[in-house]
Design a protein around this ligand. Structure first.
Ligand code: SAJ
Length: 434
C-alpha cells in the first residue's frame, strides 16, 4: 500500500495524538484546526498537550516532514486520501451538539474527490454517520461506497495514555457499507494492533456503551459509599473484598466523576430513546455521580463541625484539581464544584496541584507544604501518584488542625490516625458511626 496522505480535522486531545501517531508510522499528515495558535505550535514542533511521549514524537514527525498543520480544511482534504474528523461533540441539555461536526463535513464536501475515505472519530449518537453525515456529503452528487467511503471509528483515548492506547487498544471500525469498512480497516491496521470490523451504527453504539458501563459501575460504587457511610462500614474495604469474587469488578467510589467523556456520553446514549423508561437507569447513575462533589462538601462541613470550626473561618487545603490522577486535564473536574462551593460559603481555600496552574478561583500553593501550612483541614480530590507518598509526619506539624478528608482513598486511614489525624473520606463510614 502506498503511503496515504491523511488530514486530521480538530487538533485537540484526540486529534493531535492521532495526527502524530499516523505521522510516526510514515503517513504524510496535515493537521487542521480553526485555532491558528495550535497550527503555529504544530508547525514549529511545539506540543501544547501534556501527554507522555507526545512531544518527542511530534517534534520528530515535524522535523522529518511527515506532519504539518493548516487552518484550511478544504484544501487539505483535496490533497488527501483520507480525512479523520476529531472535533468536539459537546452535550447541551442532554442532546449532542453536532455543529462542529457539521462544519467539518461541509469543508470536506467542498474538497470531496474520487476514492476519499472520510472517518468520523468524534463521539456521536447512534445513527449519525448514516443519517446525518452520509446525506450531507452526498448532497453535491458523489455516492458513498462508489465515489467515496465513510466510516465511524470511535476514539478510544484516555488522557495520559494516548499513544499507548492508539497503538494497542483494539479499534472498532464501522463503515456505512462493506467497502467503507474495508477501506477504513486498511488504514487503521497500519497504526493499530487490532482493528475490529462492524457497521457504523453499531460502532457509534459501542463507544457510548463503553463509557456508560464505566459510569454506571462507578455510580454503583458511589451508591455503596453513601450506604456504607450510613451503616458505619468502610466501603473501600467492602469493595476490595467483593472484588475477590472472580466475577465481580466494582469500580472505585470518590469525590466525583469528571473528564469530557463519562460526564456526557451516558446522556448521549439516553438521548437516543428519550421516552423509553429504561434509560432512566443511565440518568440516575449520572445523578449519583454528579452528587458526589456536593457530598464531599457535606463531609468537609461535618468534619469542620466536629472540631468546632465554622466554614467561614476555615482554611482548607485542596490537593488536586484535575479530573483524574496523573493528568493536567481539568475538564469537568469535580474539584471545580468543591472549590467554588467552599469559596461561596466563605472559606479560605488554597489549592495545590503539581500538574496544573488551574485553581478555580482559589489561592494557589507552589508546594504541598505551603498548601497545608496552618490548614484546618486537608482535602484530597484527585488521586495524583505524588499524594500517595504524602509525608504525614511533616504535614501533621504544619497544619492547624489534624483533619484529613480523603476523596479518593489515597491515604490509608490507620496511617492518618497514627499521625494524629482525624480521618474522613467518601465511603468511610467509620467516621460517621451512628
Ligand atoms: N473514576 C472514579 N472511579 C473509578 C474510576 C474513575 O471515580 O473507579 C473517575 C475518575 O476520577 C475521573 C472519571 O471517573 O474523574 C473518569 O475517569 P476514567 O478513568 O474513566 O477516564 P477517562 O474519562 O479519561 O477515559 C474514558 C475511558 N473509557 C473507559 O475506560 C470505558 C477511555 O477509554 C475513553 O477513550 C475515554 O473515556 C473517552 O475519550 O471516551
Amino acid at each position: 500500500m502506498k503511503a496515504w496522505k491523511i488530514s486530521v480535522i480538530g487538533l485537540g486531545y484526540v486529534g493531535l495524538p492521532t495526527a502524530v501517531v499516523f505521522a510516526s508510522k510514515g503517513f504524510s499528515v496535515v493537521g487542521v484546526d480553526v485555532d491558528a495558535g495550535k497550527v503555529r505550535a504544530v508547525n514549529s514542533g511545539r506540543c501544547y498537550l501534556r501527554e507522555p511521549g507526545l512531544d518527542v514524537l511530534l517534534r520528530d514527525a515535524v522535523s522529518k516532514g511527515f506532519l504539518r498543520a493548516t487552518t484550511e480544511a478544504t484544501r487539505a482534504v483535496r490533497e488527501s486520501d483520507a480525512v479523520v474528523i476529531a472535533v468536539p461533540t459537546p452535550v447541551r441539555d442532554g442532546v449532542a451538539d453536532l455543529s462542529y461536526l457539521r462544519e467539518a463535513l461541509l469543508a470536506i464536501r467542498e474538497g470531496l474527490h474520487k476514492g476519499l475515505l472520510v472517518v468520523i472519530e468524534s463521539t456521536i449518537p447512534p445513527g449519525t454517520t448514516v443519517g446525518f453525515a452520509k446525506p450531507l456529503l452526498e448532497e453535491s452528487g458523489p455516492r458513498v461506497e462508489e465515489d467515496f467511503y465513510l466510516a465511524h471509528v470511535p476514539e478510544r483515548i484516555a488522557p495520559g495514555r494516548a499513544i499507548e492506547e492508539l497503538l494497542n487498544m483494539p479499534r472498532v471500525v464501522g463503515g456505512v457499507g462493506p467497502r467503507s469498512t474495508e477501506k477504513a480497516l486498511e488504514l487503521y491496521s497500519r497504526v493499530n494492533a487490532k482493528p475490529l470490523p462492524t457497521d457504523a451504527t453499531t460502532a457509534e453504539f459501542v463507544k457510548l456503551i463503553e463509557n456508560t458501563y464505566r459510569d454506571l459501575n462507578i455510580a454503583y460504587a458511589n451508591l455503596l459509599a453513601l450506604m456504607a457511610e450510613r451503616l458505619g462500614i468502610d466501603v473501600y474495604e467492602a469493595i476490595r473484598l467483593a472484588n475477590t469474587h472472580h466475577r465481580v469488578n466494582i469500580h472505585m467510589p470518590g469525590a466525583g466523576v469528571g473528564g469530557p467523556c463519562l460526564t456526557k456520553d451516558p446522556y448521549m446514549l439516553a438521548s437516543v430513546l428519550p421516552d423509553f423508561w429504561g434509560t432512566e437507569l443511565v440518568r440516575l447513575a449520572r445523578r449519583i455521580n454528579e452528587y458526589m462533589p456536593r457530598h464531599t462538601v457535606e463531609i468537609i462541613e461535618k468534619a469542620l463541625g466536629d472540631i468546632g470550626v465554622s466554614i467561614k473561618d476555615a482554611r482548607i487545603a485542596i490537593l488536586g484539581v484535575t479530573y483524574k490522577g496523573g493528568v493536567d486535564d481539568t475538564r469537568e473536574s469535580p474539584a471545580k464544584y468543591v472549590v467554588r462551593e467552599l469559596l461561596e460559603k466563605g472559606a479560605s481555600v488554597i489549592v495545590y496541584d503539581p500538574y496544573t496552574t488551574e485553581s478555580f478561583g482559589a489561592e494557589r500553593a507552589g508546594s504541598l507544604e505551603e498548601a497545608v501550612r496552618e490548614a484546618d483541614t486537608i482535602v484530597i480530590i484527585t488521586d495524583h501518584p505524588e499524594f500517595k507518598n504524602i509525608d504525614l509526619d511533616k504535614a501533621s506539624k504544619l497544619v492547624k488542625h489534624r483533619v484529613i478528608i480523603d476523596g479518593r482513598r489515597v491515604v490509608e486511614p490507620h496511617q492518618a490516625v497514627k499521625h494524629g489525624f482525624k480521618y474522613y473520606g467518601v465511603g468511610y463510614g467509620r467516621a460517621f458511626k451512628l
